[in-house]
Design a protein around this ligand. Structure first.
Ligand code: MG
Length: 219
């Protein structure tokens, strides 16, 4: 099934909220990543040439079936250009470029979930070059999977083939050319990627230039 919309949840583990110096949310922080930013089954993460500081965020992905219920899980990376995200936050503008660039959502193969409640206590981990960087349990989410499902069912035009990215535990950090990334939902799925920094340009810009920095534009 093709991935359609990606409903991503930010700040959903307290330890990650702390490391970002962000306030604890009282409602889910939901943003979109383009469905076309997903790469499924790939063994490579290709970082666009213009990125400078792409962070890994390992997350449990929940896939919606035709009944708009959760039918599968996967391990996914909510790749984030942290420098651009910080600039966007400072400006109070959207962080789409930081979250939805080409290849920004690597996704593993899926495993079956008969009900969203089966995802209530998964252990989730990520290693870079065999060093454990992120570890958490889905029971420690601020808003659990059942709640997130009901939230997106209530407020958004969800479709079969959509993913819900359920947030990342602490330990986010940069990826470099040549890194080997392993992510796991314990007992369910493991996926390994090699990181490649692209050198070719697609489109006319050689680097990302923040031309609006001092203009006071409000977009
Ligand atoms: Mg995330």
């Amino acid at each position: 099934m093709t991935i359609r919309n990606i409903w991503a949840v930010g700040r959903n583990y307290r330890d990650h909220v702390s490391e970002m110096n962000a306030p604890t949310p009282s409602v889910p922080v939901v943003f979109l990543k383009a469905g076309s930013s997903a790469t499924v089954f790939s063994n490579e993460i290709v970082l666009p040439h213009w990125t400078e500081e792409v962070h890994h965020e390992v997350e449990l992905a929940l896939k919606l079936g035709p009944s708009l219920q959760v039918i599968e899980g996967a391990v996914a990376l909510d790749l984030t250009e942290r420098k651009l995200q910080a600039e966007a936050k400072k400006r109070g503008g959207p962080w789409t470029l930081a979250k939805s660039f080409d290849g920004a959502c690597p996704v593993s193969a899926s495993f079956t979930l008969r009900h969203v409640s089966e995802a209530a206590d998964f252990r989730i981990r990520l290693w870079v070059n065999d060093e454990l960087r992120q570890e958490g349990r889905t029971r420690d989410m601020i808003f659990n999977c059942q709640y997130l499902l009901e939230y997106v069912q209530t407020y958004f035009p969800i479709c079969a083939g959509d993913l819900i990215l359920t947030g990342t535990p602490a330990g986010v950090g940069p990826l470099r050319d040549g890194d080997r990334v392993k992510a796991e939902i314990e007992g369910q799925i493991t996926h390994i990627w090699k990181v490649i920094k692209a050198t070719n340009t697609r489109g006319g810009f050689a680097a990302h230039a923040d031309k609006d920095e001092d203009s006071g534009d409000e977009h």
